[in-house]
Design a protein around this ligand. Structure first.
Ligand SMILES: C[S@@+](CC[C@H](N)C(=O)[O-])C[C@H]1O[C@@H](n2cnc3c(N)ncnc32)[C@H](O)[C@@H]1O
Length: 302
């Protein structure tokens, strides 16, 4: 079972499912829109039938704030990519892209070269589900890499990565599934690859207090925080990809600093709640905040 496609794409499907649920909300109530997410989710018809409100209500019962947490992460990166593309960045490397369809849903300039990096089996399923013309988009290149065994540098260079071009890199919802060594070497390889041009690195990481002091990873008054922490880890392992790496803030920031980046932002859902959910009338109360994952934007030093 461990080599089956389900074991490899379980969590990618999980995130796509939350994007599908968010997309089902009315356009003036949702914070992201992913018209492709349903293609990747087993049981998408049933989820659509249930609609946004019921799905979010169910998610709230299981793990309050979980859906909003993932959607704030997606929106935060959407905004970063749109901002970067608007200011002329030339390449975008999506590390552990899974079923993320930012390349197609954000209306990015066609001059932006996009490299989607993930395990070959996940990429094959993704391509089999997308409309042919999107798979064949000239500006998107699929780069099959297993971070734990293969050289990202070689695969990206073979795929046409241009070291002289400015680049934005995202590692979204991946660091918890791979070893700390793999995360450090990925940051190092990308920093080396992009040293001749400006680069921006986004990384999300899970707070190590999830294991040592779970209450600190949720809003004040969050119900049964320790039990919820166990449920989250259990569900991920059950989907075939256990969380194996947890970090104190300074550890990830130090790896970025050592590789020539400075930290621009390190945020959680608490910071993004007012920015994204308040304007659409969906502000989460303190006791539903889910802060176990941090979202970091770092920029190369000039
Ligand atoms: C939780 S999913 C996130 C997907 C996507 N970034 C998103 O937010 O929708 C984690 C992704 O990391 C990828 N991944 C996990 N381990 C990997 C490895 N060793 N090498 C390459 N990709 C890996 C998985 O295939 C999956 O697509």
């Amino acid at each position: 079972m461990s080599n089956s496609i389900f074991a490899k794409d379980g969590t990618a499907q999980g995130v796509a499912k939350q994007r599908l649920i968010e997309t089902l909300a009315k356009s003036d109530k949702r914070i992201i829109n992913d018209p492709y997410a349903d293609r990747f989710v087993v049981g998408a018809s049933f989820i659509k039938l249930m609609g946004h409100t019921l799905n979010v209500w169910l998610a709230q019962k299981l793990v309050p704030g979980f859906h909003e947490h993932l959607m704030s992460r997606t929106r935060f990166i959407d905004d970063l990519i749109k901002r970067s593309a608007g200011s002329g960045i030339e390449q975008y490397v999506i590390l552990g892209a899974g079923y993320d369809c930012r390349a197609h849903r954000l209306e990015l300039p066609s001059s932006l070269r996009i490299f989607e990096v993930d395990q070959p089996e996940v990429q094959a399923r993704k391509r089999s589900k997308l409309p042919r013309q999107l798979c064949d988009s000239e500006n998107v290149t699929y780069v099959p890499v297993d971070f734990t065994h293969q050289s990202l540098t070689k695969q990206l260079m073979d795929a046409g990565f241009d070291q002289s071009k400015s680049t934005v890199i995202t590692l979204e919802g991946v660091s918890q599934y791979i070893t700390k060594e793999a995360v450090s070497s990925t940051i190092k390889e990308m920093a080396t690859l992009t040293q001749k041009a400006n680069s921006i690195f986004f990384i999300s990481y899970v707070d190590e207090r999830l294991n040592t002091n779970p209450e600190a990873c949720f809003g004040k008054g969050y119900p049964k925080a320790a039990k919820r922490a166990e449920i989250i880890k259990y569900l991920s392992a059950k989907a075939g990809e256990p969380w194996i790496s947890f970090y104190p803030a300074e550890e990830v920031e130090n790896v970025l600093l050592q590789n020539g980046y400075f930290i621009k932002e390190n945020l959680t859902l608490t910071d993004l709640n007012s920015q994204y959910f308040a304007p659409v009338g969906r502000t989460l109360p303190e006791n539903q905040l889910f802060n176990l994952e941090h979202f970091v934007i770092a920029q190369s030093q000039d």
